[in-house]
Design a protein around this ligand. Structure first.
Ligand code: FAD
Ligand code: FES
Ligand code: FES
Length: 474
C-alpha cells in the first residue's frame, strides 16, 4: 500500500506535461514524472519516493510511438518514444541489438510495462538499454525549460542522463542505417537466474572501422568507452584491443553482493577478446553478429502506435484523477465501476474493492509473480501498476480461468502447490499457451521464470503445462 495520496495527471502533449510540473513546483508541491511505473510504484510503497503530483508521460503520442518519420524534430531518423515498453521494443525490432538488450532485462511480464525511457532515467544504475543506445550513436530528445532539445546521448549521459529541473526524456533518434548495418557482439552474464541483474553485460559494436564499447554491471554505473575508438582501431590484435577497455574498467570495477570485482573482470576479459576476435573478421566471413533488420523493414514501422504498450491509455484525452475517483474496468469479462484512489495499486483494488483475491501480494516488488494478472490479454504484475492505469481496459485474474484446460491440467498433474504462487503460475501459463500453443522447453523456461517457487519446484507445473498443451491439441 502507498501511504500517501497524490494527484495523477495524464497530459497529452509535452508542453502540458512540463506545465503541470512547473505549476506543481510553483504551488510548493512535489511533482514526479511517471513512465512504466515499475520503479515509482515500488519506491512510493516503500516510502523512499514521495510525490504530490504524478505526471504520466504515456498520454503523449510521440512518447509511445516508434518509426521513421515520427520524431518531433527530424524527418528521416528512426524515432523510439521513451514510453515504449521493452516487450513492445523486442517485438517491433526483432533481430536487432536493441531488441536483444531489452530481452535480457527482467522477465517478460515486467517488460510488458517497464519502458525504455524509465530504464534510462530510473535510479537503478544498471540502465542496460543505454548499452545499445550509446554504442549505436543514439541522440536523445528532451523537453523542458528550453522546449524541445536534441543532443547526442553520449554528451548528456554520464553515469546517468543529465536532466535540468523539470526536463524529461521524450525519446531517442537513431540513424536507421546504424541499427540495420552495425555489427555487434553482446554477452550478458548473471549470477543466479536468467532474469537476475547482470554482473557483466558487454556490448561491442563495429561500424566501418569504428568500434564502440559499453559495459554494465562491472562498475557502479554504465561505462561507455566514448574516447576509446581511435585507440581500438590503432591496435592490431583482439587481445590488445580487449586490454584497452579492460585496463580502464579494472580501475572502476566494484565488488557487490553478486560477484567480486576480480570475477567480473575475468569474465569481461574473456568476453572482450571474443568480441574483438569476431568483429575483427572481415564482414564476409559472417563472424560477429550482424543485424537481423533491413532499412526497408524499419521504414514500414512509420506511424506505428505502440498497441503493445500494455499500460498506455487508450484514449488520447487528457486525464486527471484525484481523491476518491471512479474507474471502469472489465474484470473477467464483466464491466465494473470501482471507487479508487490514484495511489492504490491494481493488486490492492482487485483484491479489496473488486473482491478478486486470486492475485496475491507476495514481494510487491515485481520479483515473485504471485500478483500476475492479464491486462488486455498480456501478463503483468499487478503490484507494479496503479489501478487508475487500468481505466477502460480489460483485466483477467485467475478467477477467470475456472474450468479451463490449464486449471484441469494443474489439478491432474499436481501443479497446484501452495496457495501463494499457484494463481500467478496459472495466469502466466495460460497466457504462454495462448501466445505459444506449442511452447517448447526454452519458451517455458523463459515464461515461467517470471514466477518464483522457492520451496516445491517446477516439475508439477511443467507436467501440467505439457498436459494442457496436449489437451488443447486434442
Ligand atoms: C522486477 C524488476 C527487474 C528489473 N531488472 C532490471 C535489469 O535487469 N536491468 C536493468 O537495467 N534494470 C532493471 N530494472 C530496473 C528498471 O529498468 C528501472 O527501475 C526503470 O526505471 C523502470 O522503468 P519504468 O518505465 O517502470 O520507470 P518508472 O518507474 O516510471 O520511472 C523510474 C524513474 O525514472 C523517472 N522517469 C521515467 N521516465 C522518465 C522520462 N521520460 N523523463 C524523465 N524522467 C523519467 C521517473 O520520474 C522515476 O524517477 C528492473 C526493475 C524491476 C521492477
Ligand atoms: S511480483 Fe507482485 S507481488 Fe511479487
Ligand atoms: S512458493 Fe508456492 S509451492 Fe513453492
Amino acid at each position: 500500500m502507498i501511504a500517501f495520496d497524490f494527484v495523477f495527471e495524464r497530459p497529452v502533449n509535452p508542453e502540458a506535461a512540463y506545465k503541470l510540473w512547473s505549476q506543481a513546483v510553483e504551488a510548493g508541491k512535489k511533482p514526479l514524472y511517471f513512465s512504466g511505473g515499475t520503479e515509482v510504484v515500488t519506491a512510493m510503497r516503500k516510502g523512499t519516493v514521495k510525490a504530490d503530483v504524478v505526471i504520466d508521460l504515456k498520454g503523449i503520442e510521440a512518447y509511445k510511438t516508434l518509426g521513421i518519420g515520427n520524431s518531433p524534430v527530424s524527418v528521416d531518423a528512426l524515432w523510439i518514444g521513451g514510453g515504449l515498453a521493452l516487450g513492445a521494443l523486442e517485438e517491433a525490432l526483432p533481430g536487432t541489438l536493441l531488441s536483444e538488450v531489452a530481452r535480457g532485462i527482467a522477465d517478460h511480464t515486467v517488460r510488458g510495462t517497464l519502458t525504455i525511457g524509465g530504464n534510462i532515467c530510473g535510479r537503478l544504475a544498471y540502465r542496460e538499454m543505454a548499452l545499445g543506445l550509446l554504442t549505436l550513436g543514439a541522440e536523445v530528445v528532451l523537453y523542458g525549460p528550453e522546449g524541445l532539445v536534441k543532443r547526442p546521448m553520449a554528451e548528456v549521459f554520464h553515469k546517468r542522463l543529465e536532466l535540468k529541473a523539470g526536463e524529461f526524456l521524450l525519446g531517442f533518434e537513431l540513424e536507421p542505417a546504424a541499427l540495420a548495418e552495425t555489427r555487434y557482439f553482446r554477452r550478458r552474464r548473471q549470477k543466479q537466474t536468467d532474469i537476475d541483474y547482470p554482473i557483466c553485460h558487454t556490448v561491442v559494436t563495429r561500424r566501418g572501422d569504428a568500434y564502440s564499447v559499453a559495459v554494465s554491471g562491472v562498475s557502479a554505473y554504465v561505462w561507455y568507452g566514448e574516447k576509446t575508438s581511435a585507440r581500438l582501431e590503432a591496435e592490431a590484435s583482439p587481445e590488445a584491443r580487449a586490454m584497452v577497455i579492460w585496463e580502464r574498467l579494472s580501475e572502476l570495477a566494484v565488488d557487490d553482493l553478486r560477484a567480486s570485482k576480480v570475477y567480473k573482470l575475468g569474465l569481461l576479459k574473456r568476453d572482450l577478446v571474443e568480441a574483438f576476435s569476431k568483429l575483427g573478421d572481415p564482414v564476409e566471413t559472417g563472424a560477429g553478429k550482424g543485424t537481423g533488420v533491413r532499412i526497408e523493414d524499419l521504414a514500414r514501422l512509420e506511424g506505428r502506435l505502440l498497441e503493445t504498450e500494455a499500460k498506455a491509455g487508450k484514449s488520447s484525452a487528457a486525464a486527471c484523477y484525484s481523491g476518491l475517483t471512479e474507474i471502469s474496468v472489465s474484470i473477467n469479462g464483466k464491466l465494473r465501476t470501482l471507487a479508487v484512489r490514484p495511489s492504490e495499486t491494481l493488486l490492492n483494488v482487485l483484491r479489496q474493492a473488486a473482491g478478486h483475491t486470486g492475485a496475491k501480494p507476495g514481494c510487491e516488488n515485481g520479483d515473485c509473480g504471485a500478483c500476475t494478472v492479464l491486462l488486455e490479454g498480456r501478463p503483468v504484475k499487478s503490484c507494479l501498476m496503479l489501478a487508475v492505469e487500468a481505466e477502460g481496459r480489460a483485466v483477467m485474474t485467475v478467477e477467470g480461468l475456472e474450468n479451463t484446460a490449464i486449471q484441469q491440467a494443474f489439478i491432474e498433474c499436481g501443479g497446484f502447490q501452495c496457495g501463494y504462487c499457484t494463481s500467478g503460475f496459472l495466469v502466466n501459463a495460460w497466457a504462454m499457451l495462448e501466445a505459444h500453443p506449442e511452447a517448447d522447453e526454452a519458451v517455458q523456461r523463459e515464461w515461467l521464470s517470471a514466477n518464483l517457487c522457492r520451496c516445491t519446484g517446477y516439475e508439477g507445473i511443467r507436467d501440467a503445462v505439457e498436459r494442457a498443451k496436449a489437451n488443447r491439441r486434442a
